[in-house]
Design a protein around this ligand. Sequence first.
Ligand code: FAD
Length: 305
Amino acid sequence: MTDYGKIYDKLASIVDEHNIKMDEILKNHTYTKLGGKADIFITPSTYEEVQSIVKFARQENVPFTLLGNGSNLIVKDGGIRGIVILLKNFNQISTDGNQLMAQSGAAIIDASRYALQERLSGLEFACGIPGTVGGALFMNAGAYGGEIKDALDYAIVVDSDGEIVKRSAADLELSYRTSNIPEKGDIVLEAVFTLKPGNYEEIKAIMDDLTFKRESKQPLEYPSCGSVFKRPPGYFAGKLIQDSGLQGTRIGGAEVSTKHAGFIVNKDNATAEEYISLIKHVQKTVKEKFNVSLEREVKIIGEDL
Ligand code: FAD
């Protein structure tokens, strides 16, 4: 059996004890409001601490999981074994000429707004994506014709050996909603974007337009994971779900949004089990009606109860 007391003691010699919690309830840290407990929940304050945690976890064979804003994650009801790392203390954003540096725990929305204030264009597309910079790189987040790949110059990561390494955008192999970050086991510490000088009013007009589109089409009043499914070649997931008559279908507290069929909302204290059952029901129904397989965009992690 894992001796979590011993692991706690070791971690407490790496980070301040205030930054370590046992049995932390993860639904309080996920945008989806789903997720059981993390055995150990840690919020490091320096890059050196992240390196030490990775080295310790590798050496002792303790699993660890990175959490961003949990806006593309379903954490199961049984929670996550081992260490969950949240990089919320890394939230600095700055610019140097046309380059914008954002730490991984900063909201990508804040990076987009910062760019506007600095009259830099290139991150307008990200103005409504409710994830962190780290999560956005991991997913190569994108919207309305833009994606991280278009703007990213390089990232600073902690690699699987616990070393700090620079990765160019090309190194990360960013493509539609994927990167090689999970394969390599990298932890993103910061991202540097190369932007273009722009006009404040023009950048703001684009951001206002995208915000209006989001607010009018997406059920932002409820917790969700955004688009549950990737775009199937030649189709739109939302349209297939809508044409299957699934909008408003409910399992427990989870519901296929009546506002945007591509979203499943956590309408009333859904469990992860209910949410996942509804995803499977949608996949099965669309397959039966249209013979199209919907691939999940959202990640499911953790254990069943
Ligand atoms: P999380 O969900 O917390 O994590 C996602 C993955 O990234 C996990 O595997 C996690 O381990 C990993 N990760 C997180 N941080 C790091 C790090 N520092 N280093 C290494 N790995 C890390 N997505 C889009 O692409 N376009 C959209 O337009 C869009 N709209 C959305 C609208 C709504 C209302 C919602 C709820 C979601 C939307 N999303 C969209 C999905 C989501 O916001 C993005 O995928 C976002 O990039 C996820 O970031 P996160 O910080 O929440 O990551």
